[in-house]
Design a protein around this ligand. Structure first.
Ligand code: MN
Length: 507
């Protein structure tokens, strides 16, 4: 996990706060001196406001906001987000009000704290309330994405302390994290945060399933880690001997929740999962990838038909890598190699955003194909680590680019789909499924009857009614905004024309 392992003092608030500051201070080293002072003021104010209040574990409450803040410091967020995260529970849980805060802090910081406070009551309390709360959250998201960063960091730390929470509440929080927060993190391109969240929530969200996986011998984490280390060393030796250039050989054992997801979504048995252990070889240049592939196939026993060349045939989301499943002859371990260039690796770790960042100006074709405008902020976060950008400039860019042309739409069951701004009910129907799109006859927006051509607003909840007799028409092309829906409709119409001309030829 990302949090420092420290035994915090449980007797003296002063000692505990000293410990916390000594952890936080180096984390915000990327801020300038003035900004650090603002953060320090927020820290002091927060300690005074929460004071002796403790969490159920007996720890001082002040540990929580600081740990949440550390997550955000790791992605080098700006001063105001850091300060607001420290203060995020102050108005809700203490005597200090937003008005009090506004005497000491900038309107920007107070605005962020207020934004977090407003939807901190997001709860699973019946479908209606839940959807209403989600909608509130999207409104906050569209006002300032930083509110969501704080909320995600807050939730992540709460997950790490769930053992002290009552069982029913714990289950609710864990499930909500997997079903709502993790997908939001993913959609925002924060896949690392998403996976931390899922792993922390899994034991409480699906306790029985977790137990079963924990007991499974072939998933033994310690054993798999030993395997990984052995295989890394062996692979490095092989590459060194062959004098093939590489940057890194790293390994991972697949996380339990992601195994569970694969079992569920692909109906796969653990015995048939060949990537429980995987090694990544990161190198320069595509040629090297293929050289390494043939070397690997010499030294390990390839398993028939288990090569996936995502370099020649990238996944729909742009993912590139060569995957090959092999058996180590000495030990019999079956595992997966993922061979990729540095650039492909950045993309796999940080998603579409990195792709944008790395490809901009160099490979326009690919950029145009993906257009990940709504993820551009994360590439800027990455760039920030490498460039000397001021926090203000960086933020301005983020705000300008983020939600400009994407909207979030809810299904009646609370699923969240993102669509291009200006999308209609018909776009939404195609986004759910091609078949839903093609047979859509009517829609409801927030419970009110609507036409398929009606435009959607951020946070709308949309229901689609279908009828098997329905088919797409030429007019539909004017009703959709998304490329995906358009090309589906066109493909259908083309097929129809083809059939008609075939029919008339045979007559
Ligand atoms: Mn909190």
């Amino acid at each position: 996990m990302i949090y420092p392992e420290v035994d915090f003092d449980k007797t003296s608030l002063e000692k505990c706060s000293q410990q916390l500051w000594s952890i936080l201070e180096p984390e915000i080293d990327y801020l300038n001196e003035d900004d650090k002072k603002v953060v320090e003021l927020a820290f002091t104010e927060m300690v005074m406001a929460h004071g002796e209040i403790r969490r159920k574990s007996g720890d001082f409450y002040i540990i929580h906001p600081v740990m949440a803040t550390i997550t955000l410091a790791r992605i080098r967020l700006d001063r105001d987000t850091i300060a607001a995260c420290l203060l995020h529970d102050v108005p809700e849980d203490t005597e200090v009000t937003l008005k009090d805060l506004s005497k000491e802090f900038s309107p920007e910081i107070v605005f962020l704290v207020e934004g977090v406070t407003k939807f901190s009551t997001l709860k699973y309390q019946g479908q209606e309330r839940y959807v209403e709360n989600l909608r509130k959250m999207f409104v906050s998201m569209s006002k300032d994405i930083r509110i969501v960063f704080i909320k995600l960091a807050d939730r992540l730390h709460n997950l790490s302390t769930l053992e002290h929470v009552r069982e029913d509440k714990r289950h609710r929080i864990a499930l909500e994290s997997i079903e709502v927060y993790a997908p939001i993190a993913e959609r925002l391109g924060m896949s690392k945060l998403r996976s931390w969240m899922e792993e922390a929530a899994f034991p409480y969200a699906y306790p029985q399933e977790y137990e079963i996986l924990m007991k499974n011998e072939s998933l033994n984490v310690k054993k798999r880690e030993e395997d990984v280390n052995y295989l890394i060393q062996k692979t490095k030796n092989i590459l060194d001997e062959a004098k093939i250039e590489y940057n890194q050989v790293v390994g991972r054992s697949k996380q339990l929740y992601s195994i569970y997801k694969k079992m569920r979504s692909k109906n796969k048995k653990i015995e048939n999962m060949y990537d429980l252990v995987a090694l990544r070889i990161i190198t320069n240049g595509i040629d090297n990838c293929y050289n390494i592939l043939s070397l690997i196939h010499e030294k390990f026993e390839p398993i028939d038909g288990r090569i996936k060349d995502y370099v020649n045939m990238p996944k729909a989301n742009g993912y590139k890598s060569i995957h090959t499943t092999v058996r180590d002859i000495e030990t019999g371990i079956v595992f997966e190699f993922q061979i990729r260039t540095n650039r492909m690796h950045q993309f796999a770790e940080y998603g579409i955003a990195t792709h944008w960042a790395y490809k901009e100006g160099s490979d326009k074709k690919e950029v145009n194909k993906i257009k990940p405008r709504n993820f551009q902020w994360i590439s800027e976060l990455i760039e920030l680590g490498e460039q000397k950008l001021t926090q203000e400039d960086y933020l301005k860019k983020v705000k300008l680019n983020l939600y400009k042309d994407r909207i979030f739409i809810l299904t009646p069951t609370g699923d969240v789909l993102d669509l291009v701004a200006g999308a209609t009910c018909l776009d939404f129907a195609f986004k759910i499924h091609n078949d839903v799109g093609k047979t859509a006859i009517m829609a409801k927006i927030n419970g009110n009857k609507a036409k398929l051509s009606d435009k959607l607003q951020n946070g709308d909840m949309v229901e689609i009614t279908t009828n098997k007799k329905q088919t797409p028409t030429y007019q539909w092309l004017e009703w959709v905004k998304s490329k995906m829906a358009r090309s589906e409709i066109k493909a259908y119409l083309r097929k129809l024309r083809q059939q008609e001309s075939d029919d008339s030829n045979t007559k």
